[in-house]
Structure formats: structure tokens, C-alpha cells
Design a protein around this ligand. Structure first.
Ligand code: PLP
Length: 261
């Protein structure tokens, strides 16, 4: 018997709350064997990002090759990709015929305001990587940046999701957590055929660091285990809601979401 496996291609968060660290913890909690290819090191804590140190293109390629040529993966996710060159490297791997389902979390700017993807790389994300994605998971600011449209009403949200699907991903999950002035969060999944809605009460906590990474890692883990997309999102929504409800401080700033079995 072998493990169910998932690979995360993302940035390292020295503070342990987001990026590779959040992904691997989530995989472990969901009983999936996690592997990693690091795109960049960040010097980071609960107060913000103090430094970004990209891994060389050779180092990124070699990590993905090492993992995929031996261990393999039942699903793969991407997080912080940093720039166009690194996006192209991932897209080259993803274009191979037998590459597993790819979940793309289009990480751009941390909640702390720090830039995790060069602005000029947004086009490469859309053109090179989205066509290989089984799912993309933008939050509202990311979806607005990618489409140039404001996500005010439900109607405009649907329009934005149709635009995002037209770039070639099989499905899009628009995460509503950044919405202001509401007691409820609504995430919407669109697979090109139907819209599925996930409502949860909004939790009043400053400790949200790593929410996006943990959510998309949970979806990746559930998909690696063979759950259908809709079920994987449903289970992951419950997972991230619990992680947020138990989140606490770790340093002076925004603490990480809770990780423990
Ligand atoms: N650092 C890294 C390496 C990340 O990948 C991410 C999120 O995707 C963040 C930081 C941002 O985390 P948050 O916005 O949840 O604080």
C-alpha cells in the first residue's frame, strides 16, 4: 500500500503560518503525504515579510523533477510563484500529459501588504498557468486584479468568474473572505456549468495568517484522495472555518490559523 501524495510548489514562510509550512501541515492533518518545491524563501513573522529571497530557476526545476520522477503526486498546488520565470517553469511541468490535477492559488499580495508576485507576472499566470489548472482559488482582490473588474454585486462576481474560466482553468473558486460589512462569507465555485455557494458566518479574529494557503492545501489534499471538486471544496471550507475559529496569537501581529489534528 502506498501513500496518497500531494506536492506544493510555493514560498517558505519562516514564521510557519503560511506558504509551504501551512501546506505541509494541512496535508499531514488530512493524512496525505506532502512534498514541496520551494520557489522563494521569505523572512517573515506575524508582523509581515521582512525579506524575499527567490530560489534559482535551476533549484526550482530540480526540486519538482526530483519529486515527480520518483514519488509522484496525486494532486499538486501552487502558491507564491514570485515571477514570470518561475511561473513558466511550473507551466512546463504542468503541460506534461500525465501531470496530476493542479490547484492554482494565485497568490499576489500578503494580507500584511507585502508583494509576493511581481505585478508584471500576472499576465503569465493567466496565459501560461491557468490553462493547466483544475481549479484556481482567487480571493476578491486577486480576482479583481486579474480581470480588471470590481466584484460589487453577485452579478459582477459571476461575470468575473466567467472571465476567469475563459482563461482556460476548469473551475474557479472565488473566496469571499475579504468582503467588508457583512456577517456572512460566501465563497462561490463555478465549473463552467453551475455556480455552487458556500456560506459560513464570518469569524471576528485578527488571526487569519495563512488562511488562503491552508484552504487551497486542504482542497488539494481532498482531491488527491479522490474527492470530486464540489465535495473537496465543501470539506475544505469546514476545515478552514475550524482552523480560523481556533486561531490564536503567536507573536505581536496577526497570528496563524490553527493547525492540529
Ligand atoms: N507568505 C507566503 C510564502 C505565502 O505563500 C502567503 C500566502 O499565500 C503569505 C505569506 C500570505 O499569507 P496571509 O495573506 O494569509 O497572511
Amino acid at each position: 500500500m502506498s501513500y496518497v501524495k500531494a506536492l506544493t510548489i510555493a514560498g517558505s514562510d519562516s514564521g510557519g503560518g503560511a506558504g509551504i509550512q501551512a501546506d505541509l501541515k494541512t496535508f499531514q492533518e488530512l493524512d496525505v503525504y506532502g512534498t514541496s518545491a520551494i520557489t522563494a524563501l521569505t523572512a517573515q513573522n506575524t508582523l509581515g515579510v521582512q525579506g524575499v529571497y527567490p530560489a534559482s530557476p535551476e533549484a526550482l526545476k530540480a526540486q519538482i523533477s526530483s519529486v515527480m520522477s520518483d514519488i509522484g503526486a496525486d494532486a499538486v498546488k501552487t502558491g507564491m510563484l514570485f515571477d514570470e520565470e518561475r511561473i513558466k517553469i511550473v507551466a512546463d511541468f504542468a503541460s506534461k500529459e500525465d501531470f496530476p490535477p493542479l490547484i492554482v492559488d494565485p497568490v499576489m499580495i500578503a494580507t500584511s501588504g507585502d508583494q509576493l508576485l511581481e505585478e508584471k507576472a500576472e499576465k503569465a499566470l493567466i496565459k501560461k498557468l491557468f490553462p493547466h489548472a483544475a481549479l484556481i482559488t482567487p480571493n476578491i482582490p486577486e480576482a479583481e486584479a486579474l480581470t480588471g473588474k470590481k466584484a460589487g454585486t453577485l452579478q459582477t462576481r459571476k461575470e468575473i468568474m466567467r472571465d476567469l474560466i475563459s482563461f482556460g482553468a476548469e473551475a474557479v473558486l472565488l473566496k469571499g473572505g475579504h468582503e467588508e460589512g457583512t456577517d456572512w462569507i460566501t465563497d462561490i465555485l463555478y465549473d463552467g456549468a453551475a455556480f455552487h455557494y458556500y456560506h459560513v458566518p464570518k469569524l471576528d479574529t485578527p488571526h487569519t495568517h495563512g488562511t488562503g494557503c491552508t484552504y487551497s492545501a486542504a482542497i488539494t489534499a481532498y482531491m488527491a484522495k479522490g474527492k470530486a471538486l464540489h465535495d473537496a471544496v465543501y470539506s475544505s471550507k469546514a476545515f478552514i472555518h475550524l482552523a480560523l475559529s481556533e486561531a490564536r496569537s503567536a507573536g505581536e501581529g496577526a497570528g496563524p490559523v490553527y493547525h492540529a489534528a
